[in-house]
Design a protein around this ligand. Structure first.
Ligand code: GTP
Ligand code: MG
Length: 197
């Protein structure tokens, strides 16, 4: 998919504030610092899009960006802040849970994880919640440039093995580097396929 236009549309602090204009939404989420803003800017070919409306590090809002006048790229607040209490973290925040379980037009959720890290309980818990709620999602392994190809294969292989301990099949999986601009065609191609269906 070619991106011909990308711009900030609106921020929402509650899902009832999201305008119901019928356009499909593809959302991105992950722990803080996983590389979400960098990925959104890389995908949209815009060096500053994800920062337009975000207060760095502490945005609690859902940000919608209109792409090609056709679909929304949705930037969700991060979950699992180190400062939050354990019970807070397990709840993933009401806004996030409300959005992923109730947003009518969310077609697909990309869950970002750092390709260097072993599977983290917070991410596995989040995916388990998505499974329970029937939310369609995929896993994006970020920052792949920080590993050699061999290390990345090994790490991601272990991650996939862990997922298969509790899932019958793997969700769609993507590997990205915002530095090398890799994984862009795969993610945009996937979204394009969804839109054509
Ligand atoms: P918060 O919004 O603060 O939660 O972080 P975020 O998930 O939006 O991450 P962000 O894109 O701000 O990136 C966090 C740090 O990781 C920054 O220092 C980025 O430069 C770095 N980073 C992000 N993506 C990549 C990548 O693909 N490769 C490398 N090497 N560094 C990356
Ligand atoms: Mg960010």
């Amino acid at each position: 998919m070619k991106i011909t236009s990308a711009g900030f549309a609106f921020s929402s602090g509650r899902i009832s504030q999201i305008p119901d204009d019928g356009l499909p939404e593809f959302a991105f989420i992950g722990r803080s610092n996983v590389g979400k803003s960098s990925l959104i800017n890389m995908l949209t070919d815009n060096g500053s899009l994800a920062k337009v409306s975000a207060t760095p590090g502490k945005t609690k809002l859902i940000n919608h960006f209109l792409i090609n006048g056709q679909w929304y790229l949705v930037d969700l607040p991060g979950y699992g802040y180190a400062k939050a209490s354990k019970s807070d973290r397990r709840e993933f925040g009401k806004l996030i849970t409300d959005y992923v379980t109730k947003a009518k037009k969310m077609w697909f959720l990309f869950v970002l994880v750092d390709s260097r890290h072993a599977p983290m309980p917070i991410d596995l818990d989040f995916m388990r919640m998505l499974g329970r709620e029937g939310v369609p999602f995929g896993v994006v392994f970020t920052k792949c440039d920080k590993l050699s190809a061999g290390q990345a294969n090994a790490n991601i292989g272990l991650y996939e093995k862990r997922l298969l301990e509790e899932w019958e099949e793997l969700p769609p999986v993507f590997r990205t580097s915002s530095v090398k601009r890799s994984g862009r065609e795969e993610i945009l191609g996937f979204i394009g396929e969804c839109l054509r269906r």
